[in-house]
Design a protein. Structure first.
Length: 275
């Protein structure tokens, strides 16, 4: 019987069928350095327990420009100018393009491979949960629908143009997300923009200035929501969309140890500025 159940589950994962994790952990972290934030997301994915999923919400200690895992960066940015502006750099474990993490709330979702379907279905379902949570605040958000090919890793900043399935408001991207498989887990994380315009990216290099600013919750709602209100609404959206049981939690000792080990990688300039 156990063999049959295992075979059925493996078959469902290959088909990308839609399921729902039964137990969700919710982690709300304070503002932390960029390298530690990326290391913690990576560690939570690497150490995910069977049958569990998690939602992590966090901010950044300083304005930080993050690069996608395979995005060109070496020689394209004025590091001295960035330092004078108080901007750090880090490279994410996920793909995608450059994002300035400053006036935002960042989310990270970790689920087992196949728990929400295939990679695209997982992406869609997480974004649907984000839309539900943001609508709960009164934000006029939706998911982008386009047949255009997704921009390449060298196409410039993440918030230039929304790709299919991303969270948008009034035609502009509001949430920029990226995804990666780590072992038997999928990590998807992204920036929910509260204010600002990402223009610092153009000032310090890259592909030049952002042609149009992203949507922000501050402009959409008249003012940026308080963090407790935003987190509560997002959590409601995820609960409605995903079902299952939810509990507040924090990283365990093993997850903290793994994050501390991985942090050295995310602080290493040879990783951040690799070609």
């Amino acid at each position: 019987m156990a063999v049959r159940a295992g075979a059925d589950r493996a078959s469902a994962v290959r088909r990308g069928s839609v399921g729902t994790p039964g137990e969700w952990r919710v982690i709300s972290d304070p503002a932390l350095p960029g390298a530690y934030n990326m290391a913690m997301d990576h560690a939570l994915a690497r150490e995910l327990s069977a049958g569990e999923a998690l939602l992590r919400l966090y901010r950044w200690e300083r304005p930080t420009l993050s690069f996608g895992r395979n995005e060109p960066a070496d020689g394209l940015y004025d590091r001295a100018l960035a330092e004078s502006l108080g901007v750090d750099f880090v490279r994410r474990p996920t793909g995608g393009r450059a994002v300035l993490h400053d006036e935002e709330l960042t989310y990270a979702v970790v689920v087992e491979v196949g728990a929400l379907g295939g990679l695209r279905e997982t992406y869609r379902r997480i974004n649907e949960a984000l839309v539900a949570g943001l609508k709960g605040l009164g934000a006029p958000v939706d998911m982008a629908s386009t047949t255009a090919a997704a921009p390449g890793v060298d196409a410039g900043p993440c918030f230039d143009v929304p790709a299919d399935g991303e969270v948008v408001a009034k035609g502009r991207k509001l949430v920029g997300s990226a995804q990666v498989r780590i072992g038997r887990a999928i990590l998807q994380h992204g920036s929910i923009i509260l204010g600002g315009d990402q223009s610092v990216i153009g000032r310090i290099g890259g592909k030049g200035s952002v042609p149009s600013p992203p949507a922000t919750l501050g402009r959409l709602l008249g003012e940026a929501p308080a963090r407790p209100d935003l987190e509560a609404s997002l959590l409601d959206g995820f609960r409605q969309s995903m079902g299952g049981s939810w509990r507040a939690d924090e990283p365990g000792p093993r997850e903290r140890d793994v994050a501390a080990q991985l942090e050295s990688q995310y602080r290493d300039p040879t990783w951040t500025w690799r070609r």
